[in-house]
Design a protein around this ligand. Sequence first.
Ligand code: 13P
Length: 247
Amino acid sequence: MRKVIGNFKMHQTPTQTKEYLLQFMSKVDGTKNEVVLCLPATSLTTAKYMVSGSNIKLGGQNICDDDHAKTTGEISGDMLKDAGAEYVIVGHSERRTKFKENFRTNNKKIKLAFKNRLKVILCVGENLTERNTLKMLESLKIQIEESLKGIYENELERVVIAYEPIWAIGSGKLPTNKELDRAVKAIRKVITDDFSEKAGQSIQIVYGGSLDAKNVNQYLKLNTINGFLVGGSCLDPLEFATIVKEV
Ligand code: 13P
């Protein structure tokens, strides 16, 4: 079983979500894979009633890093949970770039997600400069360690690490199998060193960045990854259903 997660970013109104699910759900019925749709917060409640009883799970795309109510425009863990989310994305590079979020904010968000019984999809990945200057592994280590500071080993079962190289997001560029395998092994080593051998082996790791129904197959031979995080290609229900069924 693999995890196939869709990150809809700022796409899908509640009405569009309804239409999307009507097409998507019938196509993925019976899949053995775990499907998670990370929808805009405004679409979660609509989706909650539609996916109820199916194998499709929902996720939010952000959670506020504090839980006092006086924060205009933000969303809290209990709101996401009540709206139907089981997961929440933390630390996506778009939020790091646009809203100056960092790994310390990730850490606060992860703790608040756990407090609200949400699972976390923690995004990590190197930028092009780090890749070109061979600082990739160092960068991944810092990102993971800062984000998971103070997290207990038994909480890692509620964490999915999404390896999303920043240079691969929306660019049409993909890591080779060798590069991806190396990055995923490096992530497992960080978890092994900081927690335990068992934690390093069992942590769920998915890959994200420029995936589509045609190129996803190239990674199926890699048994080091547990699934995929899909951006642009999840917006077409038929293409996303193909990905879910093929992997
Ligand atoms: P793309 O699949 O559009 O490259 O986006 C990846 C992503 O950002 C998923 O979180």
